[in-house]
Design a protein around this ligand. Structure first.
Ligand code: TXA
Ligand code: MG
Length: 319
């Protein structure tokens, strides 16, 4: 039985009972449970096969709820929330006791965001608790940007998949840790560094993106990966060692002439970063479905959302 539907009441009922519901957001679909119910949260880790050292983000409907779960809200965090929420920004703040250690993997901080999707905002308004929700994919695999993507992989593990259409942004939230009046970027995502700098009037104290980053335990280098090997190339790469009939290509705006056209996925023919982000994860899935031996992928210019897309492509290639 496919569990996809659009009934918010049904999602409310299941979540109130400690069940799992996949929820739409503007970034990617999340696998949600009552963040204050340890047994419900444990089901998320089991369903995703996610290691318990990798903390979850909690989702709320209003900024006024931050104080219920976070000990201190520095002015800079308030400024960022006011500027970007609802939207693709996760703030890492000191947590209150009430937030279970299982959610935060024992850290004294919690990731919190207000998702920019009307269905999920309405759902959150009807609940008396925040939703813990990682991306709704098996650990290490490509994030889902449609309800069907979730059904393809986690149908057996969820009680319901709330369908809110394809994700409008298509890449995860930017994760920012705020400490007093400084901020660190722990994951590149839907809010670019340029925009963060403009709004805060300063550069981040650091941009920590490596796999050995103890601040974001989930940022393992191999991640977002299809089962087919992904190989990063550029325009001048010599591919003569490969049988290109058995290869797919994911490129930014232009086709290559050495790989069969029907195996090529162009993220944005008009070279638009937003359009590229929307297509990224779906195209990785489509390329995998061709059952080729290699997926060649080309990096985008290192600016704006291009940086976040490149981060995902590099991780997909790091096996
Ligand atoms: O866009 C998103 O953020 C999506 C949607 C569903 O909201 N969620 C998402 O969750 O991408 P997930 O679990 O796939 O990625 C969350 C990342 C992980 O790398 C985790 O390690 C990091 O956030 N994280 C969560 N809590 C943290 C904390 N307290 N300190 C540092 N990193 C944290
Ligand atoms: Mg994820």
């Amino acid at each position: 039985m496919i569990k996809i539907g659009t009934k918010i009441e049904k999602a409310v009922e299941i979540l109130n009972k400690g069940g799992l519901v996949a929820i739409p957001t503007e970034t990617v679909y999340g696998l949600a449970a009552n963040a204050l119910n340890k047994d419900a949260v444990a089901k998320i880790f089991a369903a995703k096969n996610r290691p318990s050292f990798d903390p979850l983000i909690i989702h709320v409907a209003q900024f006024s709820q931050f104080k219920d779960y976070c000990k201190r809200i520095p002015e800079l965090a308030e400024l960022l929330s006011k500027a970007f929420h609802p939207g693709p920004l996760t703030l890492i703040l000191e947590k209150k006791e009430l937030v279970p250690d299982l959610v935060t993997s024992g850290q004294n901080t919690v990731g919190i965001r207000i998702p920019g999707h009307s269905t999920t905002l309405e759902l959150l308004e009807r609940l008396k608790f925040p939703l813990a929700a990682p991306s709704a994919n098996p650990f290490g695999y490509i994030s889902p940007t449609t309800a069907q993507h979730v059904a393809d992989q986690l149908n057996h593990a969820v009680d319901y998949i709330l369908d809110g259409g394809p994700c409008s942004l298509g890449i995860e939230s930017t994760i920012v840790r705020v400490v007093n009046d400084e901020y660190e970027v722990l994951r590149l995502g839907g809010i670019s560094l340029e925009v963060l700098e403009k709004v805060t009037g300063k550069k981040p104290s650091s941009v920590l993106l490596s796999s050995d980053n103890p601040a974001a335990p989930g940022m393992l280098s191999a991640h977002y990966a299809p089962r087919t090997p992904v190989v990063l190339i550029d325009k001048n790469s010599d591919l003569s060692a490969y049988n290109l009939q058995e290869a797919a290509f994911i490129g930014f705006s232009a086709l290559r002439d050495d790989i069969p056209q029907e195996n090529q996925f162009i993220l944005s023919p008009k070279a638009d970063f937003n359009e590229a982000a929307v297509n990224l994860f779906a195209y990785l899935r489509n390329a995998e479905r061709l059952s080729v031996r290699w997926i060649f992928a080309e990096l985008l210019p290192e600016e704006s959302l291009g940086r976040a897309i490149n981060d995902r492509l590099k991780r997909a290639a790091a096996k």
